[in-house]
Design a protein. Sequence first.
Length: 315
Amino acid sequence: MGASALVLGCTSSSPSPTATPTGTVPTATAAPTTQSAASIMIGGSTTVQPLSQILADAYFNKTGVKVTVTGGGSGAGITGVGSGTLDIGSASENVPASSLVTYPNLQTFTIGGSGVCIIVGSAVTVPANGFSIHDLAVSYVTGTPVANLSSDGVKDLYTRADNPSGTADSFGSYLFGSANKSWVYANTTNNLKGAQGNPGMLEAIQTDPNGLAFIDFGFTQNQTGFQIPVLQDASGNVYTANAADIKGALVDMNNNKTSSSAYPISLVRPLNYITNGAPTPAVQAFINYALDPSNEYAYQECGYFSISDIKAAST
């Protein structure tokens, strides 16, 4: 699948996908001086952030256009581009209908896809059939692990402190359905612990041997100090978080299927760039660069899949 990742260290119109999108890291060259004053601001999803940074660095080497990348969560990306503080907002989910009411001119460019998984600390005993959606849902509503989880060593439950978050919304939709996805966030009635972004969720579990959290799968690659349990849905189906199965679910989602035998379809999501109205020529040029199949290496480094790769596998 070519979905190896260098996570914290790599940390519309699109070109027709190729059958086997590949690419190599471009050789750094001296940045042209004719466009040195040009700049683009991207912010939002911490899932998209490492990918944007790789693309931004390569784009600067090629064109001299400076692309500044920040995080803050998908909600911050949507609000930022809608209010005009960002040229491009990034989100690891589709723009909510409520945001389109506030910012009706938002345009979405899907550049790739990824998936969400569960991680637990090193002291947790993971059962062979994994953790059930029922036990996870009840635990996240109350903030207290149910008996089936606590008996396996889970003591602390983590959620995203940056609200809203595309990663949290995906996990919340998996547990409670899209209408009640906000139940996954901390509130005054539960004891959930907050962590900032995907990097914060990873660090929380690496330092808490009895913790449980959700995270984008790409952030688990080449990392240690945690385990990835399988998930069991209400029908008893068991899903394993791996690159092949996540890609299979992304292909099913691209084919407009509402379920997937590969991986829970509510746990896979698009990686989007968002503009407020039609992009300027400079912004469109960068989006086209992100969509170019020759830049597949950037997605592979982060454990994601480009939209070209997903579309090619969907035919």
